[in-house]
Structure formats: C-alpha cells, structure tokens
Design a binder for this molecule. Structure first.
Ligand SMILES: Nc1nc2c(ncn2[C@@H]2O[C@H](COP(=O)(O)OP(=O)(O)OP(=O)(O)O)[C@@H](O)[C@H]2O)c(=O)[nH]1
Ligand SMILES: [Mg+2]
Length: 187
C-alpha cells in the first residue's frame, strides 16, 4: 500500500501467511506539489509478536514524524471486517491517544476485487456492518479505496483523493499536526 502512494517500490510487500513488515520505515515522494512522507508500520494484528511488542514498535513511528503526522492512514481491506479487525480502532487509540481518530483516514485496499463485482465504494460503505459503519462515522466519512495492483494512473488518482481528504481534515482540525503530548497536557 505504501508503495502505491510513493509511486515506487520501497516497502517490502508480499502475499504471506505471516506478517511481513517488522519495523517502522519511512519513505519519501518528491514529484508532487509537496513532499509526501509515508511511514509504514507493522500491522496492529501481527502474527509473530505479542500485542505489547507490536504496540511498542508501532509507537516508534510517532517519534519518526516529529513534530507530528498530518494523518494516520488506517489500512483495511474491502471485505469482511473480522472480530480481530474490530479491535483495531481501540488499538490505534491506545497507541497514539484517543484523539488519533480525529486525524485518521480509512484506506481500503483491494479495490480491484470490488470493481470486479461491480460494487462501488459507497455501496460497500452503505452495506457495512455496524462496527465498520461506526468507524466510518468516527472518521467523519474520511475514506478512500485503492487498488495496489492497479495502473500508475489508478494509484495516483487514489493518492489525489487521499490528499484532498487530508487537506479538508487539516482545515477541520485548525491546520494542526497530530501531537500526542499536546493532547496529553491539554486533558
Ligand atoms: N488484488 C489486490 N491485492 C492487494 C492489494 N493491496 C495489497 N494486495 C496484496 O496483499 C499482499 C500483502 O500486501 P502488503 O502491502 O505486504 O500488506 P501489509 O498490510 O503491509 O502486510 P504486513 O506487512 O504483513 O502486515 C500483497 O501480495 C499485495 O499484492 C490490492 O489493492 N489488490
Ligand atoms: Mg507491510
């Protein structure tokens, strides 16, 4: 997924029965109107590590973004929202703080599968189970679908959409970067 946004292969990505990404890694893209920095993290549901170890590793990503990220991209797949996945928003909030959801954009991968069925993203969201529908509401309808196997054009279209959503989100949040410590001292 990160590679699609960067426009080149940088992060390790492959079909595997085990989690592939072990540590946080930062990649850049410079051929846009702004410099895009993406930090890929291990998944919250890691097949090889305890939740505590995963939490610690994902937490490293925040220090890498100093003074803070513009957005969290919560990557899910078009398809079933499993019981394990239902726990992800809580894990996101326990890692980065409860306000993290205010800075979160949902990115659904596997858009190609949806297209093959003739289902639109909106149809998928409208038919989503209660927990996913609630998450979409919490994220104030900030979501985008992407086909990581698609053409450069398709991937760039998804990126443009994502950057547009991020800009709107930043405006709504008063242009502030996410900062865990400022929230912690405020509350
Ligand atoms: N068809 C299709 N396959 C996808 C899409 N996105 C990811 N995949 C496939 O899913 C597999 C896993 O992708 P990764 O990007 O490695 O996923 P990840 O979430 O980083 O996985 P971990 O690092 O193991 O947690 C790869 O083989 C991808 O080609 C998509 O939009 N469509
Ligand atoms: Mg990965």
């Amino acid at each position: 997924m990160g590679n699609s946004l960067l426009g080149y292969k940088f992060f390790e990505a492959k079909s595997s029965s085990e989690s592939v990404t072990r540590s946080c890694k930062m990649g850049w893209r410079q051929n846009l109107s702004t410099i895009l920095v993406i930090i890929d993290t291990p998944g919250f549901i890691d097949t090889n590590r305890s939740p505590e170890e995963t939490h610690t590793e994902i937490n490293h990503s925040l220090a890498m973004t100093e003074p803070g990220p513009h957005a969290f991209l919560l990557v899910l797949e078009f398809g079933r929202f499993t019981d394990q996945e239902k726990n992800i928003p809580a894990l996101l909030q326990s890692t980065f703080g409860t306000q993290a959801i205010e800075h979160t954009i949902l990115v659904f991968t596997g858009f190609d599968k949806l297209l093959a069925e003739g289902t639109s993203v909106e149809e998928f969201i409208n038919g989503a189970d209660t927990t996913l529908a609630q998450l979409v509401v919490q994220c104030k309808n900030r979501y985008v679908g992407i086909n990581n196997q698609g053409s450069e054009e398709e991937k760039n279209k998804a990126l443009s959409k994502l950057l547009g959503i991020m800009e709107e989100m930043l405006k709504a949040n008063g242009g502030k970067l996410f900062s865990k410590s400022s929230y912690e001292t405020m509350h």
